[in-house]
Design a protein around this ligand. Structure first.
Ligand SMILES: [Zn+2]
Length: 555
């Protein structure tokens, strides 16, 4: 935001030009009340708005070489540094503070664009590394707020190397299982974008904040084309799977509070008093004709993954994107609280109306959906939180684009990573468990199936068309394939069946969600007592014997 009037009580918004009373603008954290444009904050202003009052302790980075090349262009570099210091009162473009955000301990590293455009020299690198080490020392999450034009040319290769230096400081936090969060503010470019900023577990951005490796002018000059509207903005990045969320400034403290709560070590004493609703004996199941079950499994009134988590009524922070170019709407995931226990919830997402179904690709994931799932599973393992998956898909998306982007590879990677996790994994097939696209999210310590859900190698229609050469044989195919709860439980394919309200889950979605929640809570209560290596070994042992004549190994 720039002042374009001499009247110092007023500011003109750089987004829409409206005049805003300075005090009001300040109260709104420099967000224009008219167009929503987020004006730049100084590091000081940012810290004031994020930290609990009086909680901040400054963390001083070690001394750095300030002008390693004795660089001089039109102006000696040291003069530029002096000017930046006197303008900002800062020693470098990053301020590091340890404090609390809504009562939760955190280390914050905040960049200030006024200091030589937030460019990264040795001192800035030192500040980021110091922040990471402080987080490590106190076992606290690290939050970085970025604003940078990129490298500091005046420091040559010393500047370049800060990318590797800061990236490796982030790696140490991964190894220690400490949550890292980035808030991208406008603009974040070059070496800062291509290092610590994008290595955080969770990447959030302010509305319209731009981030990229190459800046728009460089790209336009190189490709000799005009860039599309909104290119490299937060909204564009979210659509392309490169961010978890776009968060308006006013909502940030709440989102951070939720993330910090869900990313902190779970209570070892957790174990709510819940009655296990799961049926484990096939003879206790009420049977209905298989074709009826298939119809119920596909009923559009059944609760979806997002319905379930909403019905559980607890905290949920959705995390988005595969970090590689796409965000698949048919897979949702994020950190959720389950009866007080943080879990990583991942599920296929359908919808109740044609519009919702179209928006969610009918619950048929693209490779980006499976890659997002893998990313979230790895994050769960890092944070030591259990993985809970809700499976409901006709199958993985069959299509040109899906093939081009490696659908087979993406599903296979899910199967391998899920089997390798050293945290508890519970999967519930809540509707259609269609083929490899369903199994990709169902390699679990406990595989449960809702009473009217199905699990199948191929859709009954597909099977009928191929083997019976007639779609009309679908009911016969469904029966022959044994897609229903009774057959799956008898064959040991699923470990238990979650009852549904009379007539099916769509008749009383709230009760259906409670039953799913209780089933998962009871499974986790038991699994959490085992250590990670034992869980992984048992999960693999269970898979080892499927389809052999060996007796089933107790798990
Ligand atoms: Zn405005």
């Amino acid at each position: 935001m720039k002042t374009t009037m001499d009247l110092t009580d007023w500011l003109s918004c750089s987004g829409c030009g409206m005049l805003v009373y300075r005090k009001r603008f300040d109260r709104l954290s420099m967000v224009c009340p008219d167009c929503g444009k987020h004006g730049q904050l100084t590091a000081e202003q940012r810290l004031e708005r994020l930290l609990d009052a009086g909680s901040g302790t400054p963390v001083e980075p070690g001394p750095s070489v300030h002008d390693p090349l004795a660089f001089e262009d039109l102006v000696p570099y040291t003069d530029r540094l002096d000017a930046a210091r006197s303008r900002t009162g800062m020693d470098c473009a990053v301020r590091v503070v340890r404090g609390t955000v809504r009562g939760r301990g955190v280390v914050l590293a905040v960049m200030d664009f006024r200091y030589l455009g937030g460019s990264m020299g040795a001192a800035e690198g030192e500040a980021i590394v110091t922040a990471a080490e402080e987080a490590l020392k106190h076992r606290l999450p690290l939050v970085v707020v970025t604003a940078s034009g990129g490298a500091r040319m005046q420091e040559g290769a010393f500047s370049l190397l800060q990318m590797a230096r800061t990236s490796n400081a982030m790696a140490a936090l991964d190894e220690a299982g400490l949550l890292t969060i980035t808030l991208v503010t406008d603009p974040t470019y070059g070496g800062v974008a291509a290092s610590f900023s994008t290595l955080s577990d969770v990447i959030l951005a302010e509305p319209a904040a731009r981030m990229g490796f190459a800046g728009p002018r460089v790209i336009e000059q190189t490709i000799r084309q005009k860039l599309p509207e909104g290119f490299q903005t937060a909204e564009f990045l979210l659509d392309h799977g490169l961010l978890d969320g776009v968060v308006p400034r006013g909502e940030l403290p709440q989102v951070l509070e939720s993330l910090l709560a869900l990313g902190s070590p779970p209570d070892p004493e957790w174990g709510p008093e819940v009655t296990d609703p799961v049926i484990r004996e096939p003879e206790l199941l009420s049977r209905r004709p298989v074709e009826q079950v298939v119809g119920l499994a596909r009923d559009l009134g059944r609760p979806t993954a997002l319905d379930h988590v909403a019905a559980w009524g607890s905290e949920f922070v959705e995390l988005r994107g595969d970090r590689a170019g796409a965000d698949c709407p048919a897979v949702v995931g994020g950190l959720a609280e389950l009866e007080g226990l943080p879990v990583m919830l991942i599920g296929h997402q359908k919808g109740h109306t044609t519009q919702e179904l179209v928006r969610r690709d009918f619950g048929m994931p693209s490779p980006a959906g499976y890659r997002k799932a893998v990313r979230l599973m790895r994050l769960a393992a890092k944070l030591r939180v259990p993985v809970v998956t809700l499976v409901d898909t006709p199958g993985a998306h069959p299509g040109l684009e899906a093939e081009r982007h490696g659908q087979a590879h993406a599903i296979a990677e899910c199967l391998r990573v899920m089997g390798s996790l050293d945290v508890p994994v519970v999967s519930v097939i809540t509707g259609e468990g269609g083929s490899g696209g369903a199994l990709a999210l169902a390699v679990a310590d406990r595989l449960l199936l809702c009473e009217n859900a199905i699990f199948s190698v191929i859709s009954p229609e597909g099977c009928a068309a191929i083997l019976w050469r007639s779609g009309e044989a679908a009911p016969a195919a469904a029966a022959a394939l044994g897609v229903d709860a009774g057959t799956l439980l008898s064959n040991g394919i699923v470990d238990g069946v979650v009852p549904e309200p009379a007539g099916g889950a769509h008749r009383d979605p709230a009760v259906a969600s409670e039953l799913v929640r209780d089933a998962v809570v009871c499974a986790l209560r038991e699994l959490r007592e085992q250590d990670g290596a034992a869980l992984r070994e048992a999960r693999r042992r269970r898979l080892r014997w499927f389809g052999t004549y060996r007796e089933r190994v107790a798990v």
